[in-house]
Structure formats: structure tokens, C-alpha cells
Design a protein around this ligand. Structure first.
Ligand SMILES: *Cc1c(COP(=O)(O)O)cnc(C)c1O
Length: 230
């Protein structure tokens, strides 16, 4: 089941890349929130090398229970200030950094942990009130701050598009994120800005066509999430 699902997602990724003549690689981040650790182990057995979780508590339990080959753990959900202490030791990449306060706290804790925390800046391009992310206006200030902090390394941008039936409608959102990402590359040492995380199960093809190189896919790998048990 999961083998076929991953295979089919990979085929869609490849088709999307080909459609715009891209030859670089896209990281398929398997989003396992609300799915058990066994599902993660099965995904890794089928070639998944990076796993995305939304909540620190849930991720911590799964990371501790996980038995399998080394895999990268990414935090993609909103991070509260008071969870940073728990989050920093757990995650290889935090996608959801969206305020100066949060960035400073991650830097402080990472310093204490003797770690340089890799992060992405989450930009709320579409200005959705229900979503976290820094506004396009406040984004440059966050970029400037990132340059000054020694225990974080900012590596790019994460963006979520509004959920709509016709995915073509969100293409402009992805395109703006892509502009911000390309512009950001000039502000940091060569190669540091390397990840544009955008696209989920229903819209990752469009995101890839607009330049995404991390896609965060849950449903189309693991199936529908059961929120009833929360
Ligand atoms: C849940 C989630 C995803 C995956 O969504 P699917 O539609 O299940 O693929 C991606 N990104 C974020 C931030 C999420 O919370």
C-alpha cells in the first residue's frame, strides 16, 4: 500500500519536474502527523529519507519509538516559544520560523545545546489569517536578523498556499515565494539558501513547477488522517 503510494507520488514529482525542464532533485518530505511510528518505518523502508511532523510532543514520542535507518526529522507546524527547548534537540530542520522572538529563542537554545539549528522562514504570502507565517512586508527584517545570529543557519523559505479546488489559482502564491527565495540567495554566502519548501498532496505539482525543492506530502503517502482520536 504505502510502497505504491510513494511510488505514485514520486512519479507525479518527476512528471512535474519534466514539465518545466527541471533536472535538480526534489526532496519528498513524508508528513506523518496523526500516523503511528510504524507508518514512518514503512515509509523509510520504501526510500523516504526525511519525515515531517507538526507538533513537538507527538514528534518526540515517535522519534523516541522509531526503529529504523537514520532519517531526517523536520518540524513543519507552528512552533510556540515555550516548546523551543524541546524542539531544538529533536529536529534537523525547522520550517516554521515566523517571528523575531521565535528566531532569537531558537538561537539561544541552540547555543546552549551546542548546535547550529537549520531553519526555514515561513512566509504567509497569501495573508491567510488562519495560517502562521511572516508577512511579505516583515520578511526582510527577519532575514536581516537571521544574518546576525550565530546558532541558527537559515536555509530558505517555507510557504503554504490556501486550499482551493483549482490549484492553478495558487500558482501566483508559489511564484511570489519563489521570487523571495531567489532574492534571499544574494544575501547569504553561496549555497546557504537551498530549500524552497512548498506544495502538499493536492498542490505539489504546481509548487514544483514554480521552483519548490521540498514538497511536504502527508495524505497521498499515508492516507487520510483520523482526527477523531485527538
Ligand atoms: C499536514 C501538512 C502537510 C501535508 O498535508 P497533506 O495535504 O496531507 O499532504 C504539509 N505541510 C504542512 C505545514 C502541514 O501541516
Amino acid at each position: 500500500m504505502i510502497a505504491e503510494a510513494i511510488h505514485s507520488v514520486r512519479e507525479r514529482i518527476e512528471r512535474a519536474e519534466k514539465s518545466v525542464g527541471r533536472t535538480d532533485s526534489v526532496l519528498l518530505l513524508a508528513v506523518s502527523k496523526n500516523h503511528p511510528v510504524e507508518a514512518i518505518e514503512a515509509a523509510v523502508a520504501n526510500g523516504i529519507v526525511a519525515v515531517g511532523e507538526n507538533r513537538v510532543q507527538e514528534a518526540k514520542a515517535k522519534i523516541e519509538a522509531y526503529q529504523g535507518p537514520d532519517v531526517e526529522w523536520h518540524l513543519i507546524g507552528h512552533l510556540q516559544i515555550n516548546k523551543v527547548r524541546q524542539a531544538v534537540p529533536l529536529f534537523d530542520l525547522i520550517h516554521s520560523v515566523d517571528s523575531e522572538k521565535l528566531m532569537r529563542e531558537i538561537d539561544r537554545i541552540a547555543n546552549r545545546e551546542g548546535k547550529v539549528q537549520r531553519i526555514l522562514l515561513q512566509v504567509n504570502v497569501a495573508r491567510e489569517e488562519s495560517k502562521s507565517g511572516v508577512s511579505v512586508e516583515e520578511f526582510p527584517a527577519l532575514v536581516e536578523l537571521a544574518k546576525t545570529l550565530e546558532n541558527i543557519e537559515v536555509q530558505g523559505i517555507m510557504c503554504m498556499a490556501p486550499f482551493v479546488d483549482n490549484v492553478e489559482e495558487v500558482r501566483p502564491v508559489f511564484r511570489i515565494a519563489s521570487y523571495l527565495y531567489e532574492d534571499m540567495k544574494n544575501k547569504f554566502p553561496d549555497g546557504q539558501i537551498q530549500f524552497l519548501s512548498m506544495g502538499m498532496s493536492h498542490d505539489f505539482e504546481v509548487a514544483i513547477q514554480e521552483g519548490a525543492n521540498i514538497v511536504r506530502v502527508g495524505t497521498d503517502i499515508f492516507g487520510q488522517r483520523d482526527y477523531g482520536c485527538l
